[in-house]
Design a protein around this ligand. Structure first.
Ligand SMILES: [Zn+2]
Length: 464
């Protein structure tokens, strides 16, 4: 820093106010920034030599690298050789992060606004750092308000005043309102217009309600947090409220229901499909990407729009029909995309079974997209043709079983038989509920509630 001030080493000038950047340090790494000149590099090496003489810590130049921005690699190599230092070129990896990578222009498929929206608002629910930060700051304010005797609070009050320097726009401290003094209610209303007519009557009613309150003088006043039913502040509730305020969306069309019984990648794929943001061939054409053909990869006849790829294609229709018959759906069952996305099948009454069916449909959509991509990226026409003739249906059954079985907390389904008898699941869950409760009554009840000696006798009987 001193060598910069004395002009021995010239750092990077950051603006007109004279501030400059010359050194960044992290753990045992150090990055020096400076103007590109041979003399500047030499001066830096001298400064490092002086540092070695003073501290005894030697800088290993073989392990250090010189990078030049906006200068040729040849020039960087020349100067590096003159000071016996290694050199490198951009981009490079520093602390596992790519530095100086050219930002290739990538296609934006979904807006940040939509990605940051909560899952309930048909977004992806990616957490906003700003919202989280405000939530964490709110926690300090909550502690400040509630820990009146704490030493840290007294220090803050001394430094920043009675409000602790917190933003007052939240309206927690006002000079209007009502308060209790010497056992009497005092009201100081900040009227914009004095109430008259019905409002006047309502004010009288409010005053009578307040006057009817009996307060316990032995209890201290305390703050209550209105965003949580418990009345206690939580970072999560504030962060969520801020995030919803910052990233709200009225675009709920088409509605999309997340399903926790399939992995996130499946949810995201179907979510993108719901927004028509998958790179189908018709979408690529719409984004002016030049592609050899816009025809469907399954049938090769029609344009590969989203509707065609997942629903209208003759090949895909056959597999959907397999799925309907597996679930023994009504004969003319032909749900719309919206019904599938919402998870409302219409022919299943039980909510758990409906969620399971929704999970199966989502797994199917994800599978179709993967199948399509495998055909697209096949190394040869022969391989593409072979993939095109694969039957994905057994795989949809197997994967949806695996995912739903491992992710659902209630093991209510007869998993071993469900592939053969999923239609029975759709019609009623009663036998499985019955089986479940029979199991609880016959085995778990004695174990949990009967006295130990019964159990001992029970075990003894087994031994005998
Ligand atoms: Zn097709």
């Amino acid at each position: 820093m001193e060598s910069c001030n004395k002009g021995i080493f010239k750092g990077l000038s950051l603006g007109d106010d004279g501030s400059n950047l010359s050194l960044l340090q992290f753990a045992d790494y150090a990055l020096f920034f400076g103007e590109w000149s041979k003399s500047n590099v030499r001066h830096l090496i001298h400064i490092l030599d002086c540092f070695h003489d003073v501290s005894g810590l030697k800088i290993n130049l073989d392990k250090s690298r010189l990078f030049g921005i906006g200068v040729s690699l040849e020039e960087v190599a020349n100067i590096a050789r003159s000071v016996n230092c290694s050199y490198g070129s951009l981009p490079f990896i520093y602390l596992r992060l790519p530095i100086g990578r050219n930002n290739e222009k990538k296609m934006v498929w979904v807006s940040w606004q939509k990605i940051m929206c909560s899952i309930e608002n048909s977004g992806l629910g990616v957490e906003s750092i700003k919202a989280k930060n405000m939530g964490l700051m709110g926690k300090w304010k909550w502690h400040f308000l509630n820990e009146s005797g704490a030493l840290w609070r007294r220090v803050i009050v001394e430094v920043h005043g009675v409000n602790g320097g917190f933003d007052q726009t939240t309206g927690l401290v006002r000079n209007s309102g009502t308060w209790l003094e010497d056992g009497f209610w005092h009201a100081k209303w900040a009227w914009i217009r004095h109430p008259s007519g019905r409002a006047s009557g309502e004010l009288d009613h409010l005053v009578s309600l307040i006057n009817g309150l009996v307060l316990d003088p032995h209890l201290d006043d305390k703050w209550s947090w209105s965003l949580d039913d418990s009345g206690v502040f939580s970072v999560e509730s504030l962060s969520k409220a801020v995030q919803n305020k910052l990233f709200s969306s009225n675009d709920l069309d088409p509605p999309f229901t997340w399903n926790s019984w399939v992995p996130r990648k499946v949810n995201v794929c179907v979510w993108r499909m719901a927004l028509n943001r998958l790179p189908t061939r018709s979408n690529l054409v719409r984004h002016r990407v030049s592609i050899p053909s816009s025809n469907c990869l399954f049938c090769g006849v029609d344009e590969e729009s989203q509707q065609h790829c997942f629903f209208s294609c003759s090949i895909i229709k056959i597999i959907w029909r397999k799925l309907w018959s597996w679930w023994r759906s009504p004969l003319l069952y032909n749900p719309s995309l919206v019904e599938i996305l919402k998870g409302k099948s219409g022919f299943i009454e039980n909510k758990s079974v409906e969620k399971l069916f929704h999970a199966v449909c989502m797994t199917f959509i994800w599978h179709v997209w993967n199948w399509r991509n495998k055909i697209l990226h096949a190394s040869s026409d022969h391989e593409a043709n072979a993939i095109r003739h694969e039957d994905i249906f057994p795989s949809v059954q197997r994967l949806s079983l695996l995912w739903a079985y491992n992710r659902s907390s209630k093991k209510l389904f007869s998993w071993e038989n469900w592939i053969q008898n999923s239609g029975e699941l759709a019609s009623s869950l009663f036998p499985y509920f019955l089986g479940y409760w029979c199991f609880v009554l016959v085995f778990l009840y004695p174990v949990l509630y009967l006295r130990a000696h019964y159990l001992v006798l029970f075990l003894f009987a087994f031994v005998a």
